[in-house]
Design a protein around this ligand. Structure first.
Ligand SMILES: [Zn+2]
Ligand SMILES: [Zn+2]
Length: 446
């Protein structure tokens, strides 16, 4: 057992560790920059987090390998005793591992995203929140993000195809173990984030950016067959909503340009006002990373002069699937002195803040201290800005979610979540009318 564990841990760190170092930390980093699919780079903290969880996932995979060996050794699992027993059969299954393991992955992965069912309970929403959200913390994936999985997901990921096919097809152990190896290496290289010399898996990169599409892999077109395939951000509307007007390219460009113009104008005016108030040093006006969570999961840090939040695909933070969210809901400018939030919609409400010193009135401009966590209600969904709920600072100040909810949001439009974070309400409860363009939208072209 120990040699097997040590072998797998060494392999994980040699493959993932070298590849992430080479692409993200080595002197080649600058040379390879033009080949990065998403020009933004993940913070070092994400690499450390993913490395730790990938190490844990490897322990789960090793557990699966040990279990299979035990089942074969005790005769509980049928197997080809030697490679010579059925060479063509073995060759067939060995050569097609990458194809037959993907349907298992699709099934498991799709099951861990919201099912969007109304007749049966949406267990996928529960699984996403408590299991799969772990994987989506890697908004800008690297090799270590490949198996940055909750232990439940990691175990199922390695176990499902290897055990099922070993049992069904009486595989030689080498083929089933090859499947475990392919699960690991395929995930690591598939998440490296580079067109070259990486795997260039734009398909799965889109899944990490937009969540509810591309659950499988491109070489087995299950997503195409089941209607969950997206080739671009704009395709999301075809999957989860319809709008005749938004799909046209010209309209997309127009809304993108207007969204950018609104964002930049806000940042420009704000900088001018701050300069006239005496904050003229470059460090006073430098953009600082702003951590954003939508519905309590998949928090990510954004570093831009200003950030747009709304239902439209053109927004930097998109709250899609909730018909109550306006195309452009609010703008945020993050500065060293704090986050300045402009509620463009006039409908953004304060749901909770870690320092409940002052009320924030809808339709105004608010300034939040840099270390404070605020939860804003947009439609039936919530967007949190600031440090994570479980960070030491936030926890020290925070009331329990129940207390905060009763005191700050008595109307109870939102649903309670199990974590003291943001998740009030859900996109999945409302009908997905993701891209409906409203004529009163500040970024509407109509
Ligand atoms: Zn992934
Ligand atoms: Zn996913």
């Amino acid at each position: 057992m120990w040699p097997l564990l040590v072998r797998n841990l060494i392999a994980t760190w040699v493959i993932c560790g070298f590849w992430d170092w080479f692409l993200y930390l080595s002197p080649m980093k600058e040379v390879l920059r033009p080949f990065k699919m998403n020009p933004k780079y993940p913070p070092l903290r994400q690499l450390q987090h993913d490395a730790l969880h990938t190490t844990l996932a490897t322990l789960c995979g090793s557990g699966v390998e040990i279990l299979l060996c035990r089942l074969w050794a005790t005769g509980m699992l049928p197997m080809q005793e030697t490679l010579a027993e059925a060479p063509l059969w073995t060759l067939l299954w060995a050569a097609t591992i990458v194809h037959w393991r993907i349907p298992h992955f699709y099934l498991m992965h799709r099951g861990m995203h919201p099912w969007r069912t109304t007749r049966v309970p949406d267990f996928g929403k529960f699984l996403y929140r408590h299991v799969h959200a772990q994987h989506h913390k890697s908004y800008l994936p690297t090799a270590f993000s490949g198996t940055n999985m909750h232990p439940v997901e990691a175990t199922l990921y390695y176990l499902m195809p290897s055990l099922f096919m070993a049992y069904l097809c009486r595989l030689h152990p080498a083929v089933a173990l090859g499947c475990i190896f392919d699960c690991a290496v395929g995930a690591w290289l598939g998440h490296d984030g580079f067109r070259w010399p990486g795997a260039g898996d734009f398909f799965h990169q889109l899944h990490h950016e937009h969540f509810d599409c591309n659950y499988g892999a491109q070489h087995i077109p299950i997503d195409k067959w089941l209607g969950t395939y997206c080739g671009s951000k704009a395709d999301l509307k075809k999957v989860w909503g319809t709008s005749s007007s938004v799909g046209r390219e010209g309209n997309m460009e127009c809304t993108q340009a207007r969204c950018r113009a609104v964002r930049d104008a806000f940042a420009e005016e704000l900088h001018l006002a701050l300069k006239s108030a005496g904050l003229s040093r470059e460090t006073d006006l430098a953009a600082v990373p702003l951590r954003v969570e939508v519905r309590g999961t998949a928090g990510r840090a954004l570093l831009d002069r200003s950030i747009a939040v709304g239902a439209k695909a053109e927004c930097d933070v998109q709250v899609f699937g909730d018909e109550e969210v306006l195309p452009l809901q609010f703008l945020v400018c993050s500065l060293p002195c704090g986050h300045i939030i402009a509620d463009i919609s006039g409908r953004t409400a304060l749901a909770w803040r870690s320092n409940p010193s002052a009320e924030l009135a809808a339709g105004s401009v608010w300034m939040i201290p840099p270390e404070e966590r605020v939860v804003l209600q947009v439609g039936h969904s919530c967007v949190a800005l600031g440090p994570p709920a479980n960070s030491l600072k936030a926890r020290k100040k925070a009331r329990t979610f129940g207390e905060a909810f009763r005191e700050d949001f008595p109307a109870k439009k939102c649903q309670k979540s199990s974590s003291a974070s943001t998740s009030c309400g859900s996109l999945y409860d409302s009908k997905p009318d993701i891209y409906s363009l409203r004529s009163d939208s500040p970024i509407s072209c109509i």
